[in-house]
Design a protein around this ligand. Structure first.
Ligand code: FES
Ligand SMILES: [Fe+2]
Length: 384
C-alpha cells in the first residue's frame, strides 16, 4: 500500500491484516482476544498466529499469561517447545531464557557476556471473561477498556467463552454483524432455529438505523409489533447481541463476538456467551451445545444439512455458510450493494475514515467503551 495520500485508501484494503498495511496498523491499536483462558494451564506454552504473526503464548508459574515471539533468537527453533520456570521460558535447544516481555535473560552456554541485550517480540496480555487478550501495537498499551462489557460486569453471571476457526477473512464477519437484514434470510436457512424464527418470523424486512457511538456503531433494526433489535458493535471487530438461552424457559443471554485475524485468510472467532448464573448441570449442557466447529462439517453445512445442531450452533452455521460462501477473501469489486446494505456502507465509511487517518499521519478516533449497560431487548415474542 502506498502511504501518505488519502486517495490510496479504498475498499480493496479493508480485509488486510499484515503489519505493513494500513488496516494491519489500525487493528494493532486495539486489544484483541488471542486464546481461551481455559486452554492455557500453568507452565503450558502454545504456538499461536495472530494478524499474520507467529507467536508463543505461555502461562507462567504465577498463573500469568505471556505472549512472546514464536522462535528463539539464537538459532530460531520454536519456543513453545521450551521449558517454563517461574514466569520465564527457556528454549529446549540450548537453554536461552526469555522473560514475558521477550527480553533474553540468560544464555547459559555462552562464556562471554553480550554487549547488547537480545530481544524477541513481546506483547502485553490480560485475561477477561474467560479470554486472554493481547495488545500487539507499538508503544504502551491503551487502557483495557473497549473489550469490557457492562453486561458482563453486572450481577451474578456465568460465562461460556468459545473459539471457532473460520477459513475466511475477518472483515466479512465484521460486515455480517452490521447486516441486520440477513437475519430474515440466513437465519431462517436450513433450520429456522429460535434465533431466526423469533426475530424475523415470516422473513419480515426491518427498518434500519445506524448511529456512531463512543465505542463503535449502534444498529437498530425495527420490525412490526414493537420488535426492535438493537446491537452495539465495537470498533474494530467486536459485536454484542442477545441470543436465546439454552432452552425455552431460559432467559436470553448476552453474546460478544470478536473476529480476530489469524492472517488474511483465516479468522479466530471468539465468542463469549454470558447468562444469569446457572447451576453446574445447566452449565455442562451449555458447554456441550457450544462444542461446534463449522469447518469440521463444512461440506454438510454447504449442502444445507444443519441437523443435530444446538440453537447456538445453528446461528454460527448459518453465518458461516453465508460468510465463507463469499470466498476466502470476498472480491468487493464484484458486489452490487443495495439499500438493505445501509449498515455495511456505514461501517465501511467509518473504517475508510480511520484508515485515512493512519495513511495521512492524523490521529485516529479515540474509541471508548459504553459505560452503561445498554438495553438490548430480545424480541417480544418467542417462537413456539
Ligand atoms: S535455538 Fe534456542 S537456545 Fe539455541
Ligand atoms: Fe448472523
Amino acid at each position: 500500500m502506498v502511504m501518505g495520500h488519502s486517495a490510496a485508501v479504498t475498499k480493496q484494503h479493508l480485509h488486510e491484516t499484515a503489519a505493513t498495511t494500513l488496516m494491519g496498523r489500525l487493528l494493532r491499536k486495539f486489544w484483541q482476544p488471542v486464546a481461551l483462558a481455559s486452554d492455557m494451564a500453568v507452565r503450558q506454552a502454545r504456538p499461536i498466529r495472530i494478524l499474520g504473526e507467529d507467536l508463543t503464548l505461555y502461562r507462567g508459574e504465577s498463573g500469568k499469561p505471556y505472549l512472546v515471539g514464536a522462535r528463539c533468537a539464537h538459532r530460531c527453533t520454536l519456543l513453545h517447545t521450551g521449558i517454563i520456570r517461574e514466569d520465564q521460558i527457556s528454549c529446549m535447544y540450548h537453554g536461552w531464557r526469555y522473560d514475558g516481555s521477550g527480553l533474553c535473560t540468560d544464555i547459559p552456554a555462552e562464556s562471554k557476556p553480550r554487549a547488547n541485550p537480545i530481544r524477541i517480540a513481546g506483547y502485553p496480555v490480560r485475561e477477561y471473561a474467560g479470554l486472554i487478550f493481547a495488545y500487539m501495537g507499538e508503544g504502551a498499551a491503551p487502557e483495557f477498556d473497549l473489550p469490557r462489557k457492562a453486561a458482563f460486569e453486572t450481577g451474578s453471571r456465568s460465562f461460556f467463552p468459545k473459539r471457532e476457526f473460520w477459513d475466511c477473512n475477518w472483515f466479512q464477519q465484521v460486515e455480517n454483524s452490521m447486516d441486520a437484514v440477513h437475519l430474515s434470510f440466513a437465519h431462517l436457512w436450513g433450520v429456522p432455529g429460535q434465533f431466526g424464527a423469533s426475530i424475523s418470523a415470516g422473513g419480515e424486512i426491518p427498518a434500519l438505523e445506524y448511529v456512531e457511538t463512543s465505542s463503535g456503531i449502534r444498529q437498530i433494526a425495527a420490525r412490526s409489533n414493537g420488535n426492535v433489535r438493537i446491537s452495539d458493535w465495537t470498533f474494530p471487530n467486536n459485536n454484542h447481541i442477545v441470543v436465546p438461552g439454552p432452552d425455552q424457559k431460559a432467559s436470553w443471554g448476552h453474546v460478544s463476538v470478536w473476529a480476530v485475524p489469524v492472517d488474511d485468510r483465516r479468522t479466530m472467532r471468539f465468542r463469549i456467551y454470558s447468562t444469569d448464573k446457572v447451576d453446574e448441570e445447566t452449565a455442562a449442557r451449555i458447554r456441550a451445545d457450544l462444542a461446534f466447529e463449522p469447518t469440521f462439517c463444512a461440506d454438510a453445512l454447504f449442502n444445507g444439512d444443519l441437523s443435530g445442531l444446538s440453537e447456538q450452533s445453528i446461528i454460527s452455521a448459518q453465518d458461516y455458510v453465508a460468510v465463507r460462501g463469499q470466498g476466502e477473501i470476498c472480491d468487493r469489486e464484484e458486489e452490487n450493494l443495495s439499500s438493505s446494505d445501509a449498515g455495511v456502507i456505514f461501517l465501511r465509511r467509518v473504517f475508510l475514515r480511520e484508515l485515512e487517518a493512519i495513511a495521512t499521519g492524523a490521529e485516529p478516533k479515540m474509541w471508548a467503551s459504553l459505560k452503561e449497560n445498554i438495553d438490548l431487548p430480545p424480541p417480544p415474542t418467542r417462537a413456539a
